[in-house]
Design a protein around this ligand. Structure first.
Ligand SMILES: [Fe+2]
Ligand SMILES: [Fe+2]
Length: 183
């Protein structure tokens, strides 16, 4: 049975991949002389600048902390992971700032934005491939069932309380009900 934490990461990667394809479509449109939906790009990057850092990267960091305890040789991977998470966060903020500039000044050189966006897409994809092809297989090879059970128990702290799950769900229940669509 696959650990719940890996299933969630997999679902989150699928969402991130779809968002990257959406960015790619807009950038390609823009590169070929058309208009990009800058408001949509702004929204995607606002999501990417915030939520993966709060709910996605911490899950991966937990897995790699466990891997480090079980298999010291994998420690080098762990270093790369946290550096890349910092880099992803910075690249996301930089690209979001570029979109803001483009919204304010439509005369900005197209290739500046296109090049930055393409570097961003490549970095994100290489990072995800590193996780999927190297780090998760290493974790699956070296972690014990009890490690996975402990990781799944930690998920409680990483759920968005407004989803109705996780440790803080009770505290925010009234807020969740207040914003649920009326039946
Ligand atoms: Fe990651
Ligand atoms: Fe990831």
């Amino acid at each position: 049975m696959t650990a719940q934490i890996l299933q969630l990461i997999d679902e989150e990667h699928a969402v991130i991949s779809r968002l990257l394809r959406l960015i790619e479509r807009e950038v390609e449109q823009f590169r070929s002389g058309g208009d990009a939906d800058l408001v949509l790009l702004e929204l995607v990057l606002a999501y990417m600048a915030d939520y993966p850092d709060r709910f996605h990267h911490p899950k991966e960091d937990l897995i790699f902390a466990a891997l480090k305890r079980r298999h010291a040789d994998s420690a080098a991977f762990v270093g790369r992971l946290s550096l890349e998470h910092e880099r992803v966060a910075k690249l996301t903020r930089d690209l979001a700032a570029l979109v803001e500039r483009l919204i304010e000044d439509a005369s900005m050189a197209r290739n500046v934005f296109v090049d930055a966006a393409n570097s961003y897409l490549t970095f994100q994809r290489v990072h995800m491939a590193f996780e999927n092809e190297i780090l998760f297989p290493a974790a699956l090879a070296h972690l014990e069932p009890q490690d996975w059970a402990e990781l799944d128990a930690e998920l409680e702290t990483l759920a968005d309380p407004l989803s109705g799950a996780g440790r803080d769900a009770g505290r925010f229940q009234r807020l969740r009900e207040a914003i649920l669509p009326a039946a």
